[in-house]
Design a protein around this ligand. Sequence first.
Ligand code: CA
Length: 356
Amino acid sequence: MKKVMKIAMILGVSALLVTPALAEKKVRWKLAMTWPSTLTPLASPPLKIAKIVEEMSGGNFTIKVHGKEKHKAALGILDMVKNKQYQMGHSSSYYYKGKSISTAILTTTPFGMTSTEQYSWYYYGGGEALTKKVYDQFKVDCYPGGNTGVQMGGWFKKEINSLDDLKGLKMRIPGMAGEVFAKLGVSVTNIPAGELYTSLDRGTIDALEWIGPGMDIKMGFHKVAPYYYTGWHEPASEMHFFVNQKAFKKLPAEYQAILKIAMRAVAADMMYENFAASTEAWAKMKTEYPNIKVKTFPKNVLKEMKKTTDDLMNAYAKEDALFNEVYTSRKNYMKKAREWTQISEFDYIKTSQMVE
Ligand code: CA
């Protein structure tokens, strides 16, 4: 246990000054997640956290993970954790924007931060306290729970050459990006993962965005919609762990520390897992699926998407003080962080390409 406390302290995980006296206490928790149990890497963080917590507590603290197939309420995770049906949940914050608009921008925003910038904001740039403020309204704590990295802009049956090509298009695209597309004349719907391919194939929708090559290719979208657009809308979609505040307070201090360390470890791990899956899928795509046409939206379309995004954010900021606080913090942090991203990773890549 001493080791756990040390690691936790290094990561700035609090609640550690209590003496480690309750290590033998048996605690049995349940976690509900938005995803089916087989949908990795999205389902990976909760599945891995259950193993880590059990191992680090010597089998005394266990978490039973229920996938969507068990609880049948994919988008009801926050309520189930709030009501203590489950002590923990795994989902993504933006699914709950109907409860509080501030939850929407904790996941990602169109033209927003990259995953490195966003994690820096969360852990070292004031994001943790603001996230807590947003979720205190539900008596739930919310922690990073994995990141997809930059998502692709989606699969389209036809090429998009102008704003007119977007008008009347039926597309599955959630979150703020869905609201932006709706304002640009797209007929926006949200469809569960299991029905996406059929909807696209039958023409219920003309386009959809899902995640990135690692998860998209195995869904088969390219067979009916070969235009694969690069991303603008979900540059760093964060998954989230929800923890019932009362349940957390009841945990012995060592288990609190174990849980926090484990959440932080599996969140980062999902980002690597998804990056690796996309790396492999992208490499395979070129040779195995040559019909896929990779495109970037034309500049005039992107300009309108950006303007519509800014207008939408500013309108929400005017309406809601908490949204304004979170949005302003993120916007200011991104401005600062992007200069460093530009000169470090971005310029490094350009520099190394000069001698290829
Ligand atoms: Ca997506």
